[in-house]
Design a protein around this ligand. Structure first.
Ligand SMILES: [Fe+2]
Length: 367
């Protein structure tokens, strides 16, 4: 028995300015955007009617509780009827939490992390999520990550009310993405698709979506150059959409679980941190998932999937380090990194159970 569902309406457009007015309800709006989506970018891509829209641009990457609180504090006095979020996962996740706060009479982010209170009947603003990276998938998931750097913890606010109402994909939004960010966010989408294949919650639909996503990423990742050709952006954005639909249903697994301490302690960009372990995890998981493995091999036209993943990592290495030691890790750190790699809901979603020794050996192999 299996089930596949996603409540987010998906729009794809080359003309955001023409599409948006048809999606927005009347009344006060709010823009939550990455700083890169600056005034010039807005003037070029948003309809003229949105000039002067109140905007919050205080989130770049890995939002902290304080930064998310600033966004809530900015939004609550405005009481917007709708929120347009333009950015990567950090911005989209912040927008989800802001919308959740607005729907519950503006509790603090700390209160929301403890427990989402009952709804007060306050009107729930419409949330339109427009990704400006081809990786995150956050526009399709009900989770929002917050990075508490003071206590070295990655927190997750998972709530059905976190789904965006609408996801708008416009390839032009990704044009200003610097090459290293283009590569690392593409690798994040790759990890979402691969993890969806070895998730314990996979189903025939998620397997098809994930295989198609990995195939498209394998064909397009190495075409990322400066500047990135528009068709490559389109292909990678479509791949991240497919991967997003897959892992929104299945959740991620060991690679993401192991990535969190790597990002918290070593500052490794999320997309890199969750891809470094994929070849090792493929070797561990694939014997236990013959149907998924065969489907992916057929998609890639290649028997050795680990070799394909390693080829993609070698391409990434031209722009970003792919060894833990290059990010300042010391051999003595491996034990504690391994111990912190067991996030509930992620590691226990991995098809094959991993021991502490297994994880330490994987970390040693990418040291
Ligand atoms: Fe991810």
């Amino acid at each position: 028995m299996w089930r596949f569902a996603n409540p987010v309406a998906i729009h794809w457009t080359d003309d955001l300015a023409s599409l948006l007015p048809s999606l927005l309800p009347p009344g006060q709006g709010l823009l939550i955007a990455h700083p890169r989506f600056n005034e010039a970018a807005r003037a070029g891509l948003l309809p003229g009617s949105l000039a002067g829209l109140p905007s919050f641009s205080g989130i770049e990457t890995n939002p902290t509780p304080d930064q998310v609180q600033q966004a809530i504090d900015f939004a609550c006095p405005l009481a917007p009827r709708w929120i347009l979020a333009v950015g990567g996962g950090s911005v989209l996740d912040t927008a989800k939490i802001v919308r959740l706060a607005l729907a519950h009479d503006c509790p603090s982010v700390r209160e929301l992390l403890q427990a989402v209170p009952p709804e007060t009947g306050a009107e729930r603003p419409l949330l339109i999520a427009a990704p400006s990276t081809h990786g995150t998938g956050a526009e399709l998931t009900p989770w929002a990550a917050i990075w508490d750097m003071k206590s070295n913890r990655k927190l997750s606010l998972s709530h059905p009310g976190n789904y965006a109402d609408v996801a708008v994909y416009c390839p032009a939004l990704t044009h200003s993405l610097p090459l290293p960010v283009s590569i690392s966010t593409t690798l994040d989408a790759l990890a979402h698709a691969m993890e969806s294949l070895w998730s314990r919650n996979g189903n025939p639909v998620s397997v098809e979506l994930a295989a198609a996503a990995v195939g498209a990423i394998s064909e397009n990742l190495e075409l990322l150059a400066d500047p990135v050709p528009h068709p490559v952006r389109e292909n990678l954005l479509r791949a991240s959409l497919l991967a997003g639909l897959a892992f929104a249903n299945t959740r991620t697994a060991a690679a993401h679980s192991i990535s969190y301490p790597l990002t918290l302690h070593l500052g490794i960009p999320h997309g890199i941190a969750c891809t470094l372990t994929l070849p090792a995890l493929w070797r561990i998981n694939s014997p236990d998932m013959p149907i998924q493995a065969e489907r992916l091999r057929r998609q890639l036209g290649h028997e050795d999937v680990a070799a394909v993943l390693e080829r993609m990592l070698r391409f990434a290495a031209k722009s970003l380090p792919i060894r833990l030691s290059a990010y300042g890790a010391k051999p003595a750190d491996l034990d504690s990194l391994a111990r912190e790699s067991f996030t509930k809901g992620r590691m226990d979603n991995n098809l094959v159970d991993l021991s502490l020794a297994d994880v330490r050996a994987i970390l040693e192999s990418i040291f």
